[in-house]
Design a binder for this molecule. Sequence first.
Ligand code: ADP
Ligand code: MG
Ligand code: MG
Length: 252
Amino acid sequence: MSTLEIRDLHVSVETKEGAKPILRGVDLTVASGETHAIMGPNGSGKSTLAYSIAGHPKYEITAGSVTLDGEDVLEMSVDERARAGMFLAMQYPVEVPGVSVSNFLRTAKTAISGEAPALRHWVKDVRAAMENLRMDSTFAERNVNEGFSGGEKKRHEILQMELLNPKFAILDETDSGLDVDALRVVSEGVNRVRATGEVGVLLITHYTRILRYIQPDFVHVFVDGKIAEEGGPELAERLEAEGYDRFLTTSV
Ligand code: ADP
Ligand code: MG
Ligand code: MG
């Protein structure tokens, strides 16, 4: 079993006016096999948490720690984080010009596992994963993110996650902009990964909709760069019914 531990994390973001504190003491422990939903109003710092764990250079860790089985994640390069078993799907994935999905996946798999996957198995695995996600086989020959629709980007994220076998997957707004069919397909992918019992999932979302398809084990509500409330799946149901209003009484 693996454990991802976030302790008293404080993060500032670089802005034109200088460093702006965003995260103000986040504590979170995720064990492999668990699914945690990170919810909260827009601007509460959810993506900042994802970017900080990913090692985005714009986000400065001013205090606290992130460890994976005791290893300091914040000291690792972005590549080292991936090799350590962290998978981070970003809210706005970039285009990779001239690189096909198929080559991209194989390169990523090779970088993470330290050796090229045996071609026969790999081709089969990719085909099966794409069929599961109802992706046309021609998708593998397209360039990464070039002209991808919103739904294709999200499917591509889930495809990567399924093929790369991470210990921890951080999915930021994987549900935003998806129609119901795509949401179902993407959720099935997350649930397949989850069913292995070996992956810890941090599902970051503003909306409660995806939580009808993916039942989280734990729910954490972010407000103003901190966790304001925690609970089980019933908390997501309460948020669906009530929204975030009761957390926002002090804001203007
Ligand atoms: P969420 O994902 O919960 O909507 P974010 O982490 O994106 O929240 O943003 C939290 C706060 O940090 C917001 O007030 C946002 O404006 C600010 N912020 C985040 N990233 C940047 C950035 N790169 N430059 C300036 N402000 C930022
Ligand atoms: Mg946002
Ligand atoms: Mg966000």
